[in-house]
Ligand binder design. Sequence first.
Ligand SMILES: C[S@@+](CC[C@H](N)C(=O)[O-])C[C@H]1O[C@@H](n2cnc3c(N)ncnc32)[C@H](O)[C@@H]1O
Length: 254
Amino acid sequence: MRDPYIFSQMHRIPGYLDPGDALILRAVLTHQNASGYAGGAAEIGIYYGRSWFLIRQMLRDGEKALAMDLFDMDAAGQSQMGAFLDHGQTLGIPVLPEQVLQADSATLSAGDILARTGPVRLFSVDGGHRLAHVKNDADLAHDCLSGEGVIVFDDFFNPEWPEVSAAVIDFLRSSRGALRPFAVSQKKLYVARARHCAEYSAAMDRAPGLRRMGRVPVSFFGHDALRIRHPLWRRAAYEGLSRLGLGRVSALLY
Ligand SMILES: C[S@@+](CC[C@H](N)C(=O)[O-])C[C@H]1O[C@@H](n2cnc3c(N)ncnc32)[C@H](O)[C@@H]1O
């Protein structure tokens, strides 16, 4: 089956990543792999690992992934960390102790991350959603980013988390054009160094998994980025079919 993690496993991990963004993340990492871009991956805000396991799977031998979270959202009878580790075992992607940093990201330095991953080619910012959190995490991502690296901000434009958008826009403005968005979905903003944006946009435009998702150019600070649409009905169909064990059928929608 095409994309077995996305279409037959991901729905079993509680979390917020939808199949549209999963396919975009996969397309970014596929493009990096095909282009020979090397580096680690890092995520702040793991929850139960729904996006982290996808990213982890796409790294090549020797590349390192780091999972950072408070891991304090324990449900009745089970720790968040325990559930994350259990999902890794079930998926056949065991999480190693050196791949986890249980901490408030405000207490971490770029050195703490770089020591575990080396320069990061994919950094997912999905931890605390207040202004100070996103500012801190965006700066960490910037300071760890490889030359061709991509930062992914969750909940950009989500009206329930207005400070995410404020912090991301402050961050982009302060880069004075060095960093720019190349794609935006309903839930996430994808950012790279300006010299790589056209290349990433083109890669998203031709990615096989994204062909059936609507794509239109939008202007961001005077430059084109690709708006990638994932209609609600498709996500609902994905959830329903996956739960019935028909992930193979939902894959046909993409
Ligand atoms: C929206 S969830 C992450 C969703 C996840 N990426 C997924 O794919 O489902 C946010 C996570 O951020 C973590 N978090 C919140 N504030 C944090 C902080 N200051 N430092 C580290 N992690 C934090 C929470 O514990 C929670 O697990």
